[in-house]
Design a protein around this ligand. Structure first.
Ligand code: B12
Length: 217
């Protein structure tokens, strides 16, 4: 299948919450040697964005959302190891700790950013979702990370991004780490306001920014 044939099918599989199709199409993409970063951004991400719009218009409810999220995870379970294989030996970007912040269980966007960072040559420590603020710091200290990435999808939990930076300051560690924030309610102005080092609106932009912090092209 060509890109023009397969991307709309990936999109449809996510919107329909069809795990089996999402997984099979991802396997097809890997076999065909497609650019997997492009597959994620142009094949699957528009699907989950469409799901968000349907939810906002009241056409989708929780069960549909969960099915679509599961379909997205099924595709990423195939793509992640393949993205890693493409970049074996290229772990030159440094170590990154990432997670969805305390109180927030949304992890699709965070997973995408983690996958893309990994594909971009970073060693990624993904703490999952609903991660306590202290745990980000403990992990970063433990593994010697240079960057901490905080995802938040709720206007309530984005406040924890601010609290996290305050906590880093209190512990005298603020200058030790680059802190990147993201998630739908965040923006550049928010990042500046809370004293984060950067904000990126999607996974590709996040990788670019992380590379610039690591001094890489
Ligand atoms: C799917 C979804 C769910 C799924 C999550 C499944 C999962 N495993 O993640 C389920 C059904 C579980 C869910 C639950 C809830 N949800 Co919900 N959910 C969504 C939905 C439709 C899509 C989110 C998504 O996955 N988007 C696709 C990804 C790819 O985009 P993304 O997350 O924004 O990530 C991209 C960028 O933001 C960026 N990025 C993300 N993280 C980071 C981090 C860094 C460091 C950087 C640099 C970049 C970056 O890169 C990503 C890739 O491009 C949104 C609607 C929307 N428009 O966002 C609502 C939405 C976020 N949910 C909402 C709500 C209210 C809830 C619930 C509270 C509902 C409820 N009453 O129970 C619960 C949350 C419970 C909790 N404590 O967390 C609201 C939030 C409203 C608000 N202003 O706070 C939204 C906006 C829907 C709405 N309009 O009402 N939800």
């Amino acid at each position: 299948m060509t890109k023009n044939e397969i991307y709309p099918k990936m999109n449809e599989a996510i919107v329909a919450g069809d795990r089996e199709a999402a997984r099979a199409l991802a396997e097809d993409a890997v076999r065909s040697g497609l650019d997997l970063l492009e597959v994620v951004e142009q094949g699957y991400v528009p699907g989950i964005q469409k799901v968000g719009e349907l939810w906002e218009r009241g056409e989708y409810f929780l069960p549909e959302l969960i099915s679509s999220a599961e379909a997205m995870k099924a595709a990423m379970a195939v793509l992640d190891p393949a993205l890693n294989r493409q970049n074996l030996g290229a772990r030159i970007g440094g170590k990154v700790v990432i997670g969805t912040i305390e109180g927030d269980i949304h992890d699709i966007g965070k997973n995408l950013v983690a996958s893309m960072l990994q594909a971009g040559g970073f060693e990624v420590f993904d703490l999952g979702a609903d991660v306590k603020l202290e745990r980000f710091i403990d992990k970063a200290e433990e593994v010697g990370a240079g960057m901490i990435c905080l995802s938040a999808l709720l206007t309530t939990t984005m406040m924890n991004q601010r609290r996290f930076i305050a906590l880093l300051r209190d512990r005298g560690l603020r200058d030790k780490y680059k802190v990147l924030v993201g998630g739908a309610p965040a923006n550049r102005k928010w990042a500046e306001e809370i004293g984060a080092d950067g904000y990126a609106e999607n996974a590709v932009a996040a990788v670019k920014l992380a590379k610039s912090f690591a001094g890489r092209p």
